[in-house]
Design a protein around this ligand. Structure first.
Ligand code: SF4
Length: 104
């Protein structure tokens, strides 16, 4: 029996190594940075052995998905992510010496 979810799920998802592991791929609201890094590293290890890593990454980038680990890329590694913007903005703040850091 097909469900609504089956209708929107990409075909490659049937081979996903993360099936049933959404708690590993998506962190809880308010997840602390150290916990996020630890969880994302474990998630990325799963992506490393996943046969559909390339289409998964392309899907996330094409659809501008900004949550979770997709195709071995964490939140901060995808273009346009809020975490990436926050890091860039923080880097642009003056340092303790009063000089401005390079935001790149
Ligand atoms: S590449 Fe990673 S996120 Fe994508 S389907 Fe495979 S295990 Fe899941």
């Amino acid at each position: 029996m097909l469900t609504d979810l089956d209708a929107v799920r990409p075909e490659w998802h049937s081979e996903a190594r993360c099936s049933g592991r959404s708690e590993l791929m998506f962190g809880p609201i308010g997840e602390q940075p150290v916990a996020r890094r630890t969880r994302e590293n474990r998630a990325k290890a799963l992506c490393d052995i996943c046969p559909v890593s390339d289409p998964c990454r392309e899907y996330a980038l094409a659809n501008r998905i900004h949550d979770g680990v997709w195709g071995g890329l964490g939140v901060a590694q995808r273009p346009g992510s809020r975490l990436r913007r926050n890091r860039r903005d923080r880097a642009a703040l003056p340092t303790s010496s009063g000089s401005w850091a390079d935001p790149r």
